[in-house]
Design a protein around this ligand. Sequence first.
Ligand code: SF4
Length: 435
Amino acid sequence: MNGNAAVPAPVPAVDSCAEVNAGEREVLRQRGQREVFCGLTGIIWLHRKIQDAFFLVIGSRTCAHLIQSAAGVMIFAEPRFATAIIGERDLAGLADANDELDRVTDRLLARRPDIRLLFLVGSCPSEVIKLDLDKAAQRLSKRHAPSVRVLNYSGSGIETTFTQGEDACLASLVPCLPAANANESSLMVVGALADVVEDQLLRLFGDLGVGPVGFLPQRAANKLPPVGPKTRFLLAQPFLGDTARALEARGARHIQAPFPFGVEGTTAWLRAAADVWGVDEDRFNRVTAPARQRAGRALARYQDMLAGRRFFFFPDSQLEIPIARFLARELAMTPLEIGTPYLHRQHLAAELALLPEDAQLSEGQDVERQLDRCAALRPDITVCGLGLANPLEAQGLTTKWSIELLFTPIHGYEQAGDLAELFARPLQRNTALAV
Ligand code: SF4
């Protein structure tokens, strides 16, 4: 092994296409060639969030290139991620590979005494799959306790999309959460949020009298939020199915709500928690009104430009349905197709109820067929992964990279205008280029 980096692998699959009924809605279910990034991508925003964590990818040169090029900005700082590349010599025997992993970890932790939490991140090359990273994490955790905790999860690109890396990472943290006080109700907000957004939400919950509030992931390794039967949790992201299941296994209960994007989504999300805490309507309105008004003014700046524009989502981030709801209801845009890699019907139930009834949903991907549908519809803006953006732009279509929805703070009232701007900017740019 050594430590370098690389590029996303295309994910193959079988070819079929069918209409299925998801509750009241027809969903076009697709299974074919997919164009998505793998779960390693999540390291890019997760390493910024947990400030004393380190992500050590156990992978190939491809994995190393993906991480290094996607997070290249860190080149000027001491990075908090790296790739231990499985090389020819490691294939001689798994015992050797484990020795080598121990040696790399010892060297890393000796050089970086600031690390408190080390994630061993698995990848999809077959030689990595053969390694038992679960056992390796337990062994290394014992060796480096109590100053460093070592956990593992998979960022493999097989049958996943890129946001599932965050789900796997957070699910690996759940068994480490301390037990909550059995007599005290608490709220946990689940999903990586920019610190500035976390602070805004904390203020709102504090003014509403909802709490105490914990966040997963947390900013520091030793600040894990407690969990127990009196913990209620709100999901801040729609792609956290495994994490939600792990929290429920520890007794926590999910609060069903739309996701906190835009004025409507944020209000409904806060309202869902406020209802559990018995906050009355007057107090709720008094606390949220100033932020709602600011967000409304910020959105108004984009409404003329975006109203009536037709949009098409290729499946990529799993944020497609809540963002489409925001675009349709708060900016009067028209959905042509809303593709999502995976439709979690329970977590998205409140969102599905708000989508325009005639919005075409699709789940999974058969990329050639979807490209044909997109070309025939000629949307005003197409939201897709990086691999599809250039070919679509070459056909004269305006695109938006879906990964920007993860890199940009877009949750909550104060970010509603920024979320609208993400969709206005490519259209403004094209208008400017046309004159
Ligand atoms: S985990 Fe798999 S899909 Fe992701 S970069 Fe590595 S080899 Fe490619």
